[in-house]
Design a protein around this ligand. Structure first.
Ligand code: AGP
Length: 609
């Protein structure tokens, strides 16, 4: 996610903005910039790349001012270039933003019709123009901000300054993090506490829809109607390092718990749930193209390949389009036959995985259309694809992929519905139902995360084992593979994922009381078969952890441990089943004192073949 910072006080803002942005670097970014008052005007300095590049660009310049804002950009709309770097400006209004303005395209069109000229590809620039146009109606900066926000849909944490009122910063949030730091005659606005923790430990955390008016004399809070609010000051006791992880012990745990927001952000702006339609504009796809695809290839590596396997069930199940799934490192060597009118979907969190890029190039060479489901704007995969569906899960720092994986599943679900609607195999009413279930997913994932302590208890019983078997069927067989991969890559325990129906064809020979078996048991037509698989394991002395949904009471009679999850539809249960997979692997790895965020021998992005 992006990082924003604002400073107003008795010291020079410029070095404080730079050092505070450095403390937000861990959030991941690809460009940076600052804006500050100097001699009554707002100066801006921005660059693509890192903060050290920004520092070199201003080296030797005597830049001083008591007030300023800054930004590290994790691109969601528009490539990582200087033009797209924040801050953005319209007239005398300058803004930094973290979040996604869902309706930016329609707002941009209407502002252009009113004569506004845009310089960037970003959604954020719309906010400056809206506020500037409200100022021109005679409103002050606080009122203009309030008026502009009435037109904006989406998620935002904004810090706003204007040449018309050089003594204040306006800060506002909705579904995107924002904290206010209260120093001694100086005040801070930021996305996250680490940005100013070395200056003050006294913070105020605004709620959604609350506006902070920050001056050198203090901070005033109001609601969206201008009514004053009294806010509680909190005293932060974290160390700076702990604060980077939001108080979590590891980035992986923080990212596991970020999944409700990551899923909500990946959905945001992509669907029109009340109409049962998908917003295809962003993906440069249209219904005619979606109708024309005769076959779809899904190609990826590792965890992303598991997402591809789930995607096959979604696309064939909902849209009835034949799908083929390939491991990217195998794809180009098997001399794939890619007929005309095929779509190749590559799935890659980093957008830089060498094998996936090679597969993507082979598909392009054979004339196929390539869609990349990717988490990094401007990455190689996204630049070389014909169309991109960005998962907005934010930077994923832990090597073991968690929030990016579940965001990939959500992206595939949305694409499957788009395909099904375009091909007339899903009517609007059915699509509305599928979207309603999707919109309730973040809350269900939140509930599943609430089982963390129980899963930690289970981890204590199994962290010394040497082998682990994960079983699943149908659309949840890939989740058994994913659970096993999570465990092996961070705890170094040998783990295998298997289709449950395959047990009697070999793996059952492995079973004894040293080989725990985790079974994924959805409440579907394969439930009884999963129950008999559990019996097969138990009768050979195996210990079973059953992961099921809320009303399978029979299961706890046969399993040693049962994890009851919230229920969703067939296609979204893989997202919910992933949560205990992540948590169990995490807690076992911690108990084994493994380096959870940087496991041995692994890299976050495998950029070599
Ligand atoms: C997942 O936990 C692993 N880190 C790894 O399998 C990863 O999914 C794989 O390397 C693919 O990476 P990508 O999604 O960035 O292409």
């Amino acid at each position: 996610m992006c990082g924003i910072i604002g400073y107003i006080g008795r010291r020079n803002a410029v070095p404080i903005l730079i050092s505070s942005l450095k403390r937000l670097e861990y959030r991941g970014y690809d460009s940076a910039g600052i804006a500050f008052f100097m001699n009554g005007r707002i100066e801006m300095r921005r660059c693509a790349g890192k903060i050290k590049d920004l520092e070199s660009s201003i080296k030797g310049q005597r830049l001083r001012g008591p007030l300023g804002i800054g930004h590290t950009r994790w691109a969601t709309h528009g490539r990582p270039t200087e033009e797209n770097a924040h801050p953005h400006r319209a007239g005398g209004v300058v803004v930094v933003h973290n979040g996604i303005i869902e309706n930016y395209l329609e707002l941009k069109e209407s502002l252009i019709k009113r004569g506004h000229r845009f310089r960037s590809e970003t959604d954020t620039e719309v906010a400056c123009h809206l506020i500037s146009s409200c100022l021109q109606k005679g409103l002050n900066l606080e009122e203009a901000t309030r008026e502009a926000l009435r037109h904006i849909r989406g998620a935002y944490a904004l810090a706003i300054i204007s040449e018309s009122e050089p003594d204040k910063i306006i800060a506002v949030k909705k579904d995107s993090p924002l904290v206010i730091g209260l120093g001694r005659d100086e005040f801070f606005v930021a996305s996250d506490i680490p940005a100013f923790l070395n200056h003050t430990r006294d913070v105020v955390i605004p709620d959604n829809g609350e506006i902070a008016v920050v001056t050198g004399q203090g901070v005033r809070f109001t609601d969206m109607d201008g009514r004053p609010l009294k806010k509680k000051t909190l005293r932060i006791t974290w160390s700076p390092r702990m604060a980077e992880k939001g108080g979590y012990r590891h980035f992986m745990l923080k990212e596991i718990f970020e999944q409700p927001r990551a899923i909500a952000d990946t959905i945001r702006g992509r669907v029109f749930p009340e109409k049962g339609e998908v917003n295809l504009k962003e993906f440069s796809l249209d219904s005619r193209m979606l109708r024309g695809f005769k076959k779809i290839f899904l190609v990826a590596c590792g965890t992303s390949w598991h997402a591809a396997l789930v995607g096959k069930y979604m696309i064939e199940g909902m849209a009835r389009v034949p799908c083929e799934v390939d491991i990217a490192s195998e794809f180009r060597y098997r001399r794939p036959i890619i007929p005309e009118d095929c779509l190749v979907i590559v799935i890659t969190q980093s957008g830089e995985t060498a094998d996936t890029l090679a597969a993507q190039r082979e598909a392009r060479r054979q004339g196929a259309m390539v869609l990349s489901i990717c988490n990094v704007v401007g990455s190689t995969s996204s630049r070389e694809a014909d169309a991109v569906f960005y998962t907005h899960s934010g930077p994923e720092i832990g090597v073991a992929s968690t929030k990016a994986f579940t965001s990939q599943l959500v992206a595939l679900y949305i694409l499957s519905i788009a395909l099904a609607r375009a091909r007339g195999v899903l009517d609007a009413a059915e699509a509305v139902e599928l979207f309603n279930e999707l919109l309730s997913l973040p809350e269900k994932v939140e509930k599943a995360l609430g089982l963390n302590d129980y899963i930690k208890k289970i981890a204590r019983r199994f962290y010394k084992v040497r082998d682990f078997l994960y079983l699943g069927r149908g659309i949840n067989y890939p989740i058994a593979l994913e659970g096993a991969l999570k465990l092996k890559e961070i705890s170094y325990i040998h783990a295998e994922g298997y289709p449950a129906g395959e047990m009697k064809h070999g793996p059952i020979a492995l079973i004894d009381d040293n080989v725990p078996v985790l079974t994924i048991v959805p409440n579907d037509e394969l439930y009884e078969k999963m129950l008999s698989n559990i019996e097969e394991v138990r009768s050979r002395g195996g210990r079973v952890i059953a992961v099921t949904t809320g009303d399978n009471k029979r299961i706890s009679d046969v399993a040693s441990w049962t994890i009851f999850l919230p229920e969703s539809n067939y296609y979204l249960m893989p997202v919910i089943f992933s949560i205990p997979m992540h948590l169990l692997a995490y807690h076992i790895a911690v108990l084994r004192k493994c380096n959870v965020d940087q496991p041995r021998n692994l890299a976050k992005s495998v950029t070599v073949e």
